[in-house]
Write a protein that binds this ligand. Structure first.
Ligand SMILES: NC(=O)c1ccc[n+]([C@@H]2O[C@H](COP(=O)([O-])OP(=O)(O)OC[C@H]3O[C@@H](n4cnc5c(N)ncnc54)[C@H](OP(=O)(O)O)[C@@H]3O)[C@@H](O)[C@H]2O)c1
Length: 258
């Protein structure tokens, strides 16, 4: 049964529209290319007329069609209209991936309240808005999979990146609750808790232990979609590691690097 059909199995079928919110995200594009063969992919991004390379890469990966739509996550009032227009144009959404986000500048955010709020606005408030509209739309469809990117940065927030980490902690809690609220609706939510990913977002930073690449994260996401998982840690061994990390005394934790 495909994800585009009513009351599906919750696993990604061979057809159905894939919506990538954050249409230039490295991890998101890796996921989209794995889901591409035979499907319509919608890339939702800022500067949506400047996505020729991303579009071509997905067509080369076998996508039946790639559409590009304008999306600014920070413009909360635009979310409902955008999501409805994608579904009206292309039909039921089978997989929606929320891949937009910013790391921000921690040092600046500690002094510049506007910057701190901008990070939390994109990484938490905008995600809450998109997720709420998306859940309503997919409930009406009776089907669909939502992929949300939490991070180990939010599992136990570190002093070294507490602004970004706090947004991810909030998002992790919101998405966990939403996933439970969707139980039995035909719609399901896959929450990704990844560690440091070597890529554009972390350019210039030394990789933390147990880092991954965008391709490794995408492989884990697609495996999680296929088995109908609700949580995936990337890499998987971070799960037991963070089980222990949560128990460390605060005096030790406060010295943890980013
Ligand atoms: N990289 C990591 O180490 C890591 C680790 C754990 C979790 N994650 C999470 O995984 C997700 C994907 O990250 P990634 O590594 O693929 O990052 P990425 O390549 O930097 O992609 C993030 C995308 O978000 C978009 N974006 C930012 N603000 C936006 C806004 N206001 N409206 C629309 N789009 C906006 C950016 O678009 P523009 O092209 O317009 O700037 C960018 O293409 C993020 O939620 C991230 O927090 C990443």
């Amino acid at each position: 049964m495909s994800l585009g059909s009513k009351k599906n199995s919750g696993k990604p079928g061979d057809d159905g529209v894939v919506l990538l919110l954050g249409g230039r995200s490295e991890i998101g594009l890796e996921i989209a290319s794995r889901l591409a063969p035979g499907r319509t992919i919608v890339l939702a991004a800022r500067r949506s007329t400047d996505l020729a390379a991303e579009r071509q890469a997905l067509l080369d990966a076998g996508a039946a069609a790639v559409d590009c739509v304008e999306f600014d996550a920070d413009d909360l009032d635009s979310h409902e209209k955008l999501l409805r227009s994608v579904a009206d144009t292309h039909g039921p959404l089978s997989v929606a991936v929320l891949a937009f986000g910013i790391l921000g500048d921690q040092a600046r955010a500690e002094r510049d309240a506007r910057h701190a709020v901008a990070v939390v606005h994109t990484d938490y408030v905008a995600q809450v808005s998109v997720l709420t509209h998306l859940a309503t739309l997919l409930r009406e469809q009776g089907s669909g999979r939502i992929v949300v990117f939490s991070s180990v940065a939010g599992v136990r927030v570190r002093r070294a990146n507490y602004v970004y980490g706090s947004a991810k902690a909030g998002l992790d809690g919101f998405a966990s609750g939403l996933g439970d609220a969707l139980h039995g609706s035909g719609v399901s939510l896959l929450l990704i808790r990844s560690g440091f990913v070597i890529g554009r977002m972390t350019e210039g930073m030394s990789p933390a232990p147990m880092s991954s690449t965008p391709a490794q994260v995408a492989d884990a996401v697609v495996r999680g979609l296929h088995r109908g998982a609700s949580r995936v840690w990337v890499p998987g061994r971070l799960r037991p590691v963070f089980f222990v990390m949560r128990l460390l005394p605060q005096a030790v934790w406060r010295r943890m690097p980013r």
